[in-house]
Ligand binder design. Structure first.
Ligand code: ARG
Length: 459
């Protein structure tokens, strides 16, 4: 087919160049945004008498028909077209004749592609926020159920202090709250309408850019037309917010993979979210979590690719920027897939409280509380720390835990020790007394649950 931009050149191109140049394979998914943008543009052209009202109505009707025909499957998108913008305009002109050729007055594909990408990402970001919310709800529900379930808390993956499983899960709920907030913030900067920037310099036609922006539901317009067509910060920010969310999913995945191992056996995933091995009949693998962890790498790659693609570009539009879409779409698709699989996976997770408790009883995770006991009896913390450390070392040598020592043995270390030491170092006390705001006690976890629920209800 003859190129719409035949003019300066013959428009006769090699097929291999066409294939290389074409973006329709990945930008066809923006057909709806492209058509809605064109409808708003036609409407503005009519309202400003740049074309007649009748012509505007004809264009709008034609565009609406194309949209309906694509959605009903009557019209297939031509995969040999250069891009979605050209396809829609070509189809419109084929259907309407000469009047179709008026649509592109006072605009450029450069502002069109920026517009479509912004409209598309705005919608996707909203649905991502919804999906993160669903996951955060699933996590919060589990956390509330397990606000008193004792497990070892770790630092350096070494048992550190007793915590509750609910407390541990709520740490992830907090991360997801920040992710939601970040996507909301990204939407704020996506929500700027570039249309009317034209190729780069604006236009001599008496257009009304704010009319178009308002019709398309944008909050504001790009205030510099060169920036309007060359800004892809919103793509980078979208990828960055996606990468951070993936990082959180990946950290939780890593923990789920550890927890489902025989070495931990803290949780078990439902059969519906695990796989077996083709050779080892005993296997139940956490493939979904492993894939989420693996896919995090590709989203980081998308972010890096975008930053690198943009870093040397002179203003304004350059064809390099066509590459942005594959990256942001890959971020969106990957993140959405991961979120979709994660919420039901967490929901159907069985928690083995007894195994968590047994693990918490080993590893001297109440040693801090032993030191604190002495501090409360008047000893400076550093001295108390030293005595407790010595007790732990002796216990390890004798194959004992702190609870096994007799009161006489304790008094051998310090005469500040009394019978009440046993209650003080019981795991239940260690947990229930950590009532500081944000701490691990069941009441504190409940407060975190209530706070997060309150926010999630109003996302
Ligand atoms: N397909 C192009 C892209 O995705 C559309 C913009 C093309 N503009 C141009 N002057 N070639 O970026």
């Amino acid at each position: 087919m003859a190129k719409m931009w035949t003019g300066r050149t013959s428009g006769v191109t090699e097929k291999i160049a066409d294939d290389f140049n074409s973006s329709i394979k990945f930008d066809s998914r923006m057909y709806k945004q492209d058509i809605l943008g064109s409808m708003a543009h036609a409407s503005m052209l009519g309202y400003k008498n740049i074309i007649t009202k009748d012509e505007a109505d004809t264009l709008i009707g034609g565009l609406e028909d194309i949209l309906n025909d694509i959605e009903s499957g009557k019209l297939a998108i031509d995969m040999t077209a250069e891009d979605i913008h050209m396809f829609v305009e070509q189809e419109l002109t084929a259907r309407l004749g000469a009047v179709g050729k008026k649509l592109h007055t006072a605009r450029s594909r450069n502002d069109q592609v920026a517009l479509d990408t912004r409209m598309y990402l705005k919608e996707v970001a909203k649905s991502i926020i919804q999906k993160i919310t669903n996951l955060a709800v699933a996590i919060t529900v589990k956390a509330e159920e397990h606000k008193s379930t004792i497990m070892p808390g770790y630092t350096h993956l070494q048992r550190a202090q007793p915590i509750t499983f609910g407390h541990h899960l709520m740490a992830y709920a907090m991360m997801f709250l920040r992710d939601i907030d970040r996507f909301k913030d990204v939407i704020r900067r996506i929500d700027v309408c570039p249309i009317g920037s034209c190729a780069l310099a604006g236009t001599t036609y008496d257009t009304d850019r704010r009319f178009e922006a308002q019709k398309l539901g944008f909050s504001s317009i790009a205030l510099n037309s060169i920036d309007g067509v060359s800004d892809r910060d919103f793509c980078v920010e979208f990828a960055s917010a996606s990468a951070l969310t993936m990082m959180h999913l990946s950290r939780l995945s890593e923990e789920i993979i550890l927890w489902t191992s025989w070495e931990f056996k803290f949780v078990e995933l439902s059969d519906a979210f695990t796989t077996g091995s083709s050779i080892m009949p005993q296997k139940k693998n956490s493939d979904m979590a492993e894939l989420v962890r693996g896919k995090t790498g590709r989203v980081y790659g998308d972010l890096m690719a975008l930053l690198t693609m943009l870093k040397g570009l002179p203003l304004a539009y350059n064809k390099d920027m066509q590459e942005d879409k594959e990256n942001v779409f890959d971020c969106a698709d990957t993140l959405i897939m991961c979120l979709d699989v994660f919420a039901p996976m967490v929901d159907g997770m069985t928690v083995y409280k007894d195994n968590m408790k047994i693990a918490a009883q080993k590893g001297f995770i109440n040693a801090t509380d032993l030191a604190d006991y002495l501090v409360k009896k008047g000893l400076p913390f550093r001295s108390a720390y030293k005595i407790s450390g010595g007790i732990v070392a002796d216990c390890i040598a004798k194959g004992k835990v702190l609870e096994d020592l007799t009161i006489e043995e304790y008094k051998g270390y310090s005469d500040l020790f009394d019978e009440d030491v046993y209650a003080e170092i019981s795991l239940e006390t260690c947990v229930s007394k950590r009532t500081s705001e944000g701490g691990t006690s069941p009441e504190s976890v409940q407060a975190q649950v209530d706070y997060v629920k309150g926010i999630l209800e109003n996302v």
